[in-house]
Structure formats: structure tokens, C-alpha cells
Design a protein around this ligand. Structure first.
Ligand code: NAP
Length: 817
């Protein structure tokens, strides 16, 4: 027998990891767990219990409590009490605790990994080499940020009590992504693990207590989605951090709407894996294996949509199928297997249902001829080819080991197909042409972009989505802001009660009738002695041109004594739609506003400032006439507006991103990308300064905007378009639609092509904006009708505004070796 034949016939022997230590830990607890509150096990009287199973063996592992309202209250109460001292504990002291937790994780590395594999069904190779090392890494990394917080984040404070809800696919890792930044920044936590995988979160709670963390800082409660909902709606919870499905994310967005609670959502995905014909195909095949069959495909950022360039598609798919024939599916505790068990029978059925759908949609099914264990929830790696891009299995997240494959001809088609999804979590691009790969990486809309690599994660790089994959980042400096608020503002508590479910909410945003204009305003118009002054009714400003309101209505603008000081167009849905179209065109034009370099955008912002300054007197009079404020105060508003334009002209080329210091040998670049088309409803106080303070950061960072000026005092905004006209602002970058603020905002928030809405109207309007944003997960920023001093640079300008204007994309580029 030749050596090559020996290699071909040789099989792997089993290399089992012992479950003894994990079983001993379960036995120590008599396989029955309470809730972990205040560093103690709490067994509620008459508690209901829920059974946890090992999905690979089908054996029951333990019982855990189903928390109810009383237990949720107790956990939130413990966290609130602990917050008082923990938030005041110096950063360097908190750092010591996080460091101790990281060390303790490493001490219990093997136990955590084995229990994770038993509870979830994932291969021990992954839990041992990826999940648990990253768990420790997150605590080390964030220990560093706790140490540095006072010097590096001095304008920020912790948010308060944080409710954290996580899924079952990476129970430990998801918990680390949430708990580490939260407690590093001085918050306290109530965490609920997913029902299928509760055990490692409970083990972790013990590990944390053993490390000496003060009671109440981290509380872990088990329970169903009902318990999750109780956390979300709890009055004393200040922020919700959620990872899970987009469907549940939408529910949470609606439940927290208008409450002033901070929210971050890490949701589902359908990430493209793009292979160009010049890629190293063998490496790309290995990449696919990692992208879709890592963790049985139960990965939010799984490369589940394979896009292969047509001329190499057959060759590539042949190689992939051959590789699939060598995959080993089996006991998660066997160190030699590639894929373990699906987490639960329900999930197995869902996956299988999707595969059947794929076949019924005309797809060609391929599953390798490999053996699966007789018992347990195992599923073969699956490939479905020749589907239509609109097929349901191509569009929907399957969350299992199922890959769909499409082909493309040109880079432009690859980008179009990649972006043809409502999600935007991650993408992987394979090409030996670095120009092509980076160009595609910059054009695919997703939070993580891997060039010639896939599924790379590190605590130093933020992870999170675009579009319906959610918002907020976990990891990196950018992730810290999810757990921080500006020092000047306590948690907003809006003066508005959300309507009960089912209550009619349609009255919001119905237009108030425009005030009729009097024929003679008493200022001489129509008088016989003098010539009447030339009538000037400001119009809308859309696509760089003045536009009459579609409905041909105007509204009278009254001064402080009720006198008419001017008229503006009364905008309607059509005007908003036209403005959104113009904003999109400005975004997509070549070069679109976002593609212009920061220097160019800064020059234009300086120019706007210069031209506003030249007309300071006119604007001063206008503000005075509308508001009745003194000349000094009105002039100050104009001067501050000019200053603010200069501030954001400065920021236009200084907030582009950074190189992240991850564990990758190569480059991980965090790019601060614009959100896209933003709709902005301005406050009534400071009609010019409020308008400028919101418009300037948005356009400085490459967004195009539809501005709804102050409803009460819109005239300085309509004067402003003359300034824009003389300042080289490309048409469509800034669009201005006047009228009823809430009526216009309603159209904006419901518009599918608007990427984000900033709303500085009432508390009630803020509620509706947040509630309606859930339809397609728009980014929102609401003022909740609370006072903000726009003249104070800490409140009216700065990082908070810049952060709201961007979303971070991390591009990972390995550099070899
Ligand atoms: P899920 O059904 O949305 O559940 C996630 C968590 O939310 C669980 O703890 C669940 O509790 C809880 N929950 C369910 N309904 C709730 C409600 N109405 N109110 C409050 N909490 C509620 O998601 P999953 O099936 O566990 O996880 C899979 C999903 O997570 C996939 O879509 C995946 O893409 C996504 N994911 C995203 C990321 C990311 O970073 N973007 C990472 C991992 C996973 P129970 O388990 O008790 O029902």
C-alpha cells in the first residue's frame, strides 16, 4: 500500500473530551438552579422549573427557574442598589474587578468550554478555542477601558441599570459582549440567557462572584420570553441591550418607544460570501466551510449566501461539494468533528422546513453522503444551488447549516446581489485583486467586512449591523457609547405615557389646518400712498431648487404678538417624497455626497458659514421678528450658528475612523460611514441654531438630509436656502420642507428609503417616531420633548451628534504570515 493510499483510507479515531467536570458541577447543584441575584442563589417559593437538555444526547441536564415579575423586580432592585456605589467606584478599581473576572475565566476555561458544548451542541474545538478565549479577551479589553474611562471618556457617565437579553447560539460570548462593556463603564446588569442555553450563564455568574465582584453588579435570571419582556418594560431599567432575531428586536423597539430607555439591537443576518474568479479557490472553499458550518450555521453573521463569479462557479461548487464529503458531524465533545448538534428539536424542524422550501422553490439540493450519529439533533451540511435571487430561502435567515448559492458576472452585479437583502450584518469578499476586494468591501452595506477571511471577531473591533440587522456596536471604543450618556443629561424620562396596546394611535401626524393669510398685514401692502412691497413667499427647497408646495397651500407664520411675519409652503406627503428622492439622488450621484472627500465637504461647510456670516444682520432681524427676542440674543444665535458650521467644517475631515488594534495579523479598519438619507425634524427653540446644529453634523459626515424646520418659526430656515444656493452645496444634499412637523415626520418615518430620523419635537412625537421606526429598523434619535440648551456647546454640538450621524463598518484585511 502506498503512503498516499494510506492517507486516503485513514480515518479519524474518536478524541473525546471528558464531561466529568461539567457533570460534577451540575451534581454539586443537584441539577437544580435558582436565580443569581446579589451574588446568591435565589429559589423563589413555588417556582416553576424548566428542563435543559443536551441536544447531542437528548439527555436532561438540569432544571432552572422560570422567573416571574417578583423575581425580575428583585433582580432590578439589586442592580439599582448596586449602581449607587458601582457607578462611583473609580475606574481603576472597576478595572481590577474585570481583570479578576478575566483571570477567573481562564482558570475555569475547560469547565466553561465543556459545559457550553454540552448545553448548546457546539463542537468542543470551537467552544475551547474560540468562545471561551474570546470571553476572557472581552473582560481583559474592557478592564482596560475601565482603567482609562476617567481620562478618555470624561464627558460621559454610565447609563444606569441595564437589562440584557441574549440568544442561544453563543451563550458565553454574547454574555461577554454585553456584560464586559456595561460594568466597565459603571453600569449594573440584569441578564437573561436564552431558554435553550441557560447553564453556562449560571456557571459564569458563579465565576464572577468568585472573582469578588460586589453583589448586585451582575445578576443572572433565567426565564421565558415573558421574563424577557418584564425586563424590557421595567420602569427602573435604563437601557436594553438585546441580541436575537429581528422579529423580537422589532417588538422591543416598539415596547421601549418613547420611554427614554437606551436601546441596542444586534439582530439577524443573511450575509453574502462573494468569490471572484481570481480568488484562491481552495482557500475560499475553506472560508465557506468556516462561514456557514461554524457552529452548525447558527451564527448571526454566517456567510449563508454564496455569490460566485459565473466563470468559476462550476469549478468552485465541485470543490466545495468534494470538501463537504469530508465533513465530520457528530458528538460535540469529540475534538475531531467539524459540526455538532442543532440546539433544539424546534430549531431542527425549522431548518429542515427551510430546506424543503428551497427545494420547492426549484433549488438543487446537495447534501454529502456522510454518516450522522443515530441519536441526537444532527443535520448534514447543506447546499442549495440555482435559486432565484428573490427566492425565500435566499432572502430569509435560516440559522442552520444551509448555504444557498447564486452566480454573478461583474463586480457591479456582485455588489447589487450582496446588498439585495434587508439585513446588513457582515460580508466576506474573496479576490486576489486587492483593489477590487477593497472597492467591494466599501460598497457592501454591512457592519463587518472580511477580505479573504471570514468570521473574525475581537474585543477591540465593534460588531453590529446595518439596516434590519439592528443598531449599536459591541466591542471596540465605539461599543462603549452604548453604555454611556452625556454627563449633562440624566436618563431622559419623557413626560408621556405610551398608549396601551390597541389604542388608536393614528391621530399622531394628522396635519393641523394651515392658518389662512390675511389679505393685508397692515404693513403698507395695498396702501395707496406707497408702492406695495414685492411679495416674497418662501418656497420649499428640493434638489437644489426652490419648489412650490405640491398642495398649493401656504401657512401664515405669526410673530410674538400674533401678527403675520411671513408665509411658508404647507408641505405634504408628496413634498417629502420628492425631497427623499432628491436626497437619494445626491447620495448616489457620481461622486455622491458620501463619496466626496472630507476636505471637499469641509470647504463647503466653511463656505456656508462664511455666507451666513455675511448676512448676519438679515438673519438677526428675522429671528427677532419671529420670536420677539432681543436683538442681542438674536444676533448671538446667528453668531453661534456660524460658529457651529465652522465646528462641523472642522469635523468633516477628522472623524473618518481608526485602525483597530485587534488580534489579527493584518489591518482592521473601522470606517465611520454615513447613515444615508436622514430626515431631521428641528426644535422650535433657536430656529436657526437648532436647524444648523442638526444639519451640519449630518452633512459633514456624508449624509444627505431632508430638513423639517421649526414649525413655529421656519423663516430663518427658508432664508437659509439662499445661503446654501451661494455656497456650492450640491443639489439634493440639503432639502427643506416646511409645514406641520409631525405630519411631515410621519411620512419620513414611514418612508422605506429613509435610513434614519432625528426628531426634536414633543415627547409624544418621539414615541411615535421610535415606534414606527421598527418597521424597517431605521436609526432614530429623539429629543423626547426635553429641554436642551442649543447654545451650550456641550449640549448643542460635539461627539454625541457625530456618533448619531455615522455607523461603523469594520473591514478586516489579513496581511499574510
Ligand atoms: P430570539 O428568539 O429573538 O430570542 C433571543 C432572546 O430573546 C432569548 O433570550 C429569548 O428568550 C428572548 N425573547 C424572546 N422573545 C422575547 C420578548 N418578546 N421579549 C423579551 N425577550 C424575548 O432569538 P434566538 O432564536 O435565541 O437567536 C437567534 C437569533 O439571534 C438569530 O436571528 C440570530 O441572527 C440572532 N443573533 C444575532 C447576533 C448579532 O450579534 N447580531 C448574534 C447572535 C444571534 P427565550 O429563549 O426564553 O425565548
Amino acid at each position: 500500500m502506498k503512503v498516499s493510499e494510506v492517507f486516503e483510507t485513514m480515518d479519524y479515531g474518536p478524541a473525546p473530551e471528558s464531561p466529568a467536570a461539567a457533570n460534577a458541577w451540575l451534581e454539586d447543584h443537584e441539577r437544580r438552579f435558582g436565580l443569581f441575584i446579589n451574588n446568591e442563589w435565589v429559589f423563589p417559593e413555588e417556582a416553576e422549573f424548566y428542563a435543559s437538555y443536551d441536544p447531542a444526547k437528548g439527555e436532561k441536564m438540569a432544571d432552572t427557574v422560570q422567573a416571574g415579575q417578583e423575581e425580575v423586580d428583585a433582580a432590578v432592585g439589586a442592580a439599582r442598589k448596586a449602581f449607587k456605589s458601582w457607578s462611583k467606584t473609580p475606574g481603576k478599581t472597576r478595572a481590577r474587578y474585570l481583570y479578576a473576572i478575566a483571570r477567573n475565566i481562564q482558570k475555569h476555561h475547560r469547565l466553561l468550554a465543556v459545559l457550553e458544548s454540552m448545553d448548546n451542541g457546539k463542537p468542543i474545538r470551537e467552544s475551547r478555542d474560540i468562545d471561551v478565549p474570546l470571553l476572557a479577551r472581552h473582560f481583559y479589553y474592557h478592564a482596560g477601558w475601565a482603567q482609562l474611562m476617567e481620562s478618555e471618556l470624561s464627558d460621559y457617565q454610565p447609563v444606569g441599570v441595564v437589562g440584557q437579553i441574549i440568544p442561544w447560539n453563543f451563550p458565553l460570548l454574547m454574555l461577554a459582549w454585553k456584560i464586559a462593556p456595561a460594568i466597565a463603564m459603571g453600569n449594573t446588569v440584569v441578564l437573561k440567557p436564552a431558554s435553550y442555553t441557560r447553564l453556562t450563564a449560571l456557571l459564569f455568574a458563579e465565576v464572577v462572584a468568585e472573582a469578588g465582584l460586589p453583589p448586585g453588579v451582575v445578576n443572572v435570571i433565567t426565564g421565558s420570553s415573558r421574563a424577557g419582556s418584564m425586563i424590557v418594560t421595567h420602569q427602573d431599567v435604563d437601557k436594553i441591550a438585546f441580541t436575537g432575531s429581528t422579529e423580537v428586536g422589532r417588538i422591543l423597539r416598539r415596547q421601549t418607544a418613547g420611554s427614554g430607555k437606551k436601546l441596542s439591537l444586534e439582530l439577524g443576518g443573511k450575509s453574502p460570501f462573494i468569490v471572484f474568479d481570481d480568488a484562491d479557490l481552495d482557500s475560499a472553499v475553506e472560508g465557506v466551510v468556516d462561514a456557514i458550518w461554524f457552529n452548525q450555521g447558527q451564527v448571526c453573521c454566517a456567510g449563508s449566501r454564496l455569490l460566485v463569479q459565473e466563470d468559476v462557479a462550476d469549478r468552485f461548487l465541485d470543490k466545495l461539494k468534494a470538501r463537504m464529503e469530508h465533513m465530520r458531524v457528530g458528538d460535540p465533545l469529540d475534538k475531531c468533528i467539524d459540526m455538532g448538534a442543532i440546539v433544539d428539536q424546534t430549531q431542527w424542524d425549522t431548518v429542515d422546513g427551510w430546506v424543503k422550501t428551497g427545494v420547492s422553490e426549484g433549488g438543487d439540493l446537495f447534501q454529502p453522503d456522510i454518516e450522522l450519529p443515530e441519536k441526537g439533533l444532527f443535520y448534514k451540511p447543506t447546499l442549495i444551488c440555482n435559486l432565484d435571487p428573490a427566492a425565500e430561502v435566499v432572502q430569509e435567515e435560516i440559522f442552520g447549516p444551509v448555504l444557498v448559492s447564486l452566480t454573478f458576472r461583474s463586480p457591479a452585479e456582485a455588489i447589487a446581489l450582496a446588498n439585495n437583502t434587508r439585513y446588513g450584518l457582515a460580508a466576506s469578499v474573496w479576490s486576489d485583486n486587492i483593489n477590487l476586494a477593497l472597492d467591494v468591501a466599501s460598497k457592501v452595506k454591512a457592519g463587518s467586512l472580511w477580505v479573504n477571511c471570514t468570521n473574525l471577531f475581537d474585543a477591540a473591533s465593534g460588531f453590529g449591523g446595518y439596516r434590519e440587522s439592528g443598531f449599536g456596536r459591541e466591542g471596540g471604543k465605539e461599543g462603549l457609547f452604548e453604555y454611556l450618556g452625556p454627563t449633562w443629561q440624566k436618563r431622559p424620562r419623557p413626560d408621556f405615557e405610551a398608549p396601551e396596546d390597541g389604542e388608536d394611535i393614528s391621530t399622531w401626524g394628522t396635519t393641523t389646518p394651515a392658518r389662512p393669510t390675511l389679505p393685508d398685514d397692515g404693513n403698507g401692502r395695498g396702501s395707496e400712498k406707497e408702492l406695495p412691497s414685492v411679495d416674497r413667499t418662501p418656497k420649499m427647497y428640493i434638489g437644489g431648487k426652490q419648489a412650490r408646495p405640491d398642495g398649493h397651500y401656504t401657512r401664515a407664520i405669526l410673530g410674538p404678538k400674533g401678527e403675520i411675519v411671513g408665509q411658508v409652503g404647507d408641505g405634504n406627503r408628496k413634498d417629502i417624497r420628492n425631497a427623499v428622492e432628491a436626497a437619494h439622488a445626491a447620495h448616489l450621484a457620481k461622486p455622491g455626497w458620501a463619496m466626496r472627500h472630507g476636505y471637499n465637504r469641509s470647504q463647503i461647510l466653511y463656505f456656508i458659514g462664511e455666507n451666513l456670516d455675511a448676512r448676519a444682520e438679515e438673519f438677526t432681524h428675522r429671528i427677532r421678528a419671529m420670536t420677539g427676542r432681543s436683538e442681542k440674543s438674536s444676533k448671538q444665535e446667528v453668531d453661534l450658528s456660524v460658529e457651529r458650521l465652522f465646528t462641523y467644517a472642522s469635523w468633516a475631515d477628522k472623524f473618518g475612523g481608526s485602525v483597530q488594534e485587534t488580534t489579527l495579523r493584518g489591518i482592521t479598519v473601522a470606517v465611520n460611514e454615513p447613515i444615508g438619507v436622514l430626515g431631521i425634524a428641528c426644535p422650535d427653540e433657536y430656529p436657526l441654531l437648532g436647524f444648523v446644529s442638526l444639519m451640519a453634523p449630518a452633512i459633514a459626515r456624508g449624509n444627505t438630509v431632508v430638513m423639517i424646520p421649526s414649525e413655529k418659526h421656519p423663516l430663518s430656515a427658508t432664508d437659509f436656502y439662499q445661503v446654501l444656493d451661494t455656497s456650492d452645496v450640491p443639489g439634493g444634499v440639503v432639502n427643506i420642507v416646511t409645514g406641520d412637523r409631525d405630519h411631515l415626520t410621519k411620512t419620513l418615518i414611514q418612508h422605506e428609503d429613509v435610513d434614519g430620523v432625528w426628531y426634536f419635537g414633543t415627547a409624544r412625537g418621539s414615541y411615535h417616531v421610535e415606534y414606527e421606526s421598527a418597521a424597517n429598523m431605521k436609526r432614530t434619535w429623539a429629543g423626547y420633548g426635553l429641554a436642551r440648551d442649543w447654545t451650550n456647546p456641550a449640549q448643542g454640538a460635539g461627539h454625541e451628534f457625530l456618533h448619531e450621524a455615522i455607523q461603523v463598518k469594520n473591514i478586516w484585511v489579513p496581511t499574510g504570515e
